[in-house]
Design a binder for this molecule. Sequence first.
Ligand code: FMN
Length: 193
Amino acid sequence: MREAEHPIDPLFLDRWSPRAFDGSDIPDEDLLTIFEAARWAPSAFNSQPWRFLYARRGDPNWQLFLGLLIPWNQGWAHSASALVYILSDSMPMSDKAGAPQPSRTHSFDAGAAWASLALQATRMGYHAHGMSGIQYELARAELGVPERYRIEAACAIGRIGDPATLDEKLRAREHPSGRKPQSEFVFAGRFPR
Ligand SMILES: Cc1cc2nc3c(=O)[nH]c(=O)nc-3n(C[C@H](O)[C@H](O)[C@H](O)COP(=O)(O)O)c2cc1C
C-alpha cells in the first residue's frame, strides 16, 4: 500500500511497474491516446526530441522487438500488449539557427514524455514498465536507428495479469514499491554538505 507524505493526485501512486501482464491485445486507438499524452510533454525550445518505435503483440515486428531486450526482461515482457523503444534526437531542429543543433536536454525531454505516457496508460487501466535492460547495439542495428538518436529505454505496456505466471523470485517482487522520504532529495538552498 503506497501512502503519500503530502496530498497528490492518486494517479501518481496508482502508476507502478508490474511484470505480469495478461497478454491481451491493445487497440490501436488506446496506444495512440497513450502516445498523445507523451506528445504534450514540455521540452527545451519545444524541440520535442522524443521518438517512439512500437510493436503491438501479434504485429510482424513483435518478435523482433522482444528479442532486442536482454533475455531476463524477455522472460516477463513477452506477456505485454505492446513494446516501445524510446529514443531522443540529440540534434533537434533549431528554429533560431535554421538547422539541427546539439541539445543539452534531449534525454531529459524524452524522460518527461515517457512519464506522461506511463501516467496516461495508468489512467486507462494499463501499466507501462520501463526497461533499460536492452541489447543497445543490436537494437540500434536492427531498428535502423541513426547515430544521432539516443536509444534511451524501452517500455512494456499492458494490462496486469496473474502473478502466478511469474517465477517465484519475480512473484515476490510483484507489488508497488516505496520511496525515499523527501528529506533525502529535496533541499532548500545549496546542495547539502
Ligand atoms: C529507465 C528505466 C529503466 C528500467 N529498467 C528496468 C529493466 O530493465 N527491467 C525491469 O524489470 N525493470 C526496469 N525498470 C523498472 C524500475 O525498476 C521501477 O520503475 C522502479 O523499481 C520503481 O518501481 P515502480 O515503477 O513500480 O514505482 C526500469 C525503470 C525505468 C524508469
